[in-house]
Design a protein around this ligand. Structure first.
Ligand SMILES: [Ca+2]
Ligand SMILES: [Ca+2]
Ligand SMILES: [Ca+2]
Length: 268
């Protein structure tokens, strides 16, 4: 039992990408209405932002009320524009991914604070920064592109730290959230306090969740964002490959013990 458990843990470690973030920008066209100055497409790669505002002199942690907003953190796509990023390790429709969610997209959408600066979600859950929602498509080969339904309006805004009670804290926290763990899609943030939002995230760092089930693709390596209209822009901070959560080791040990006991009983 011990050796098989060790093997399971080792293979689980190997199966997960060495780096869960997007790795390469294949295409970036800002379009005609991109936000001026936000053209650094490489910022869609790597880990999404945890601390923002240093350049502009308003340092703050990233929280659902305080999304990233600086030119080195998010990239803007306007009318006629597109952003295509690639993952070096494919993002798979893994049955062990929480809530079926396989891919997370982080943007600059925030929750309107109904009791600034306390962090109180409005009763209607109003957001800002989601005036333009991208069309999101995924592909395994850059030939067949499948649109996924992941409206950024129903998005869980980024939560960078788990140990802060101030959603606008001017120093980073000590406990980082998990940017590869989705928020339960059944969670509704409407009317919640910041403490309740943190509890509802349950360790997740937020992000809008995409389930590859239904796309017909078992895994994808490419994600394309296009602007759906003629005005405004959307911004992307980063993407992550969701970490699968293996069955608890205790359950494996339990089933192994039952097997052993059954065999002994047969012998005697
Ligand atoms: Ca990667
Ligand atoms: Ca899935
Ligand atoms: Ca970024």
């Amino acid at each position: 039992v011990r050796s098989s458990l060790l093997f399971l843990m080792m293979t689980a470690g190997v199966a997960h990408a060495a780096d869960p973030w997007a790795d390469r920008v294949l295409s970036y066209l800002p379009g005609t209405t991109a936000t001026a100055g936000y053209a650094a497409s490489g910022t869609a790669l790597g880990e999404p932002t945890r601390f923002t505002g240093q350049l502009f002199g308003f340092p703050a942690v990233v929280s659902p009320f305080s999304p990233p907003f600086e030119p080195d953190e998010i990239v803007s796509v306007g009318a006629g524009g597109e952003l295509i990023v690639a993952f070096d390790e494919p993002v798979t429709d893994d049955p062990l991914n929480p809530f079926g969610i396989d891919l997370l997209v982080f943007a600059n959408v925030g929750l309107v604070d109904d009791d600034y600066p306390m962090g109180q979600v409005r009763a209607d859950g109003a957001t800002f920064g989601a005036d333009v929602l991208p069309i999101i498509e995924v592909s395994a080969d850059q030939t067949l592109w499948i649109a996924v339904t992941a409206p950024l309006a129903s998005y869980s805004p980024t939560l960078a730290y788990l140990d802060l009670s101030d959603p606008y804290a001017t120093s980073p926290g000590a406990v980082t959230s998990d940017y590869t763990r989705p928020v339960d899609p059944a969670v509704t943030l409407n009317g919640l306090s910041f403490a309740q939002v943190r509890a509802a995230y349950a360790g997740s760092g937020g992000g809008t969740g995409i389930d590859l089930a239904g796309t017909g693709l078992a895994s994808i390596s490419y994600v394309r964002f296009t602007h759906p209209g003629s005005t405004g822009a959307f911004e992307i901070d980063g993407l992550s490959d969701v970490t699968p959560i293996p069955a608890p080791a205790s359950a494996l040990v339990g089933s192994g013990l039952i097997l052993i006991l059954t065999r002994r009983r047969r012998v005697t």
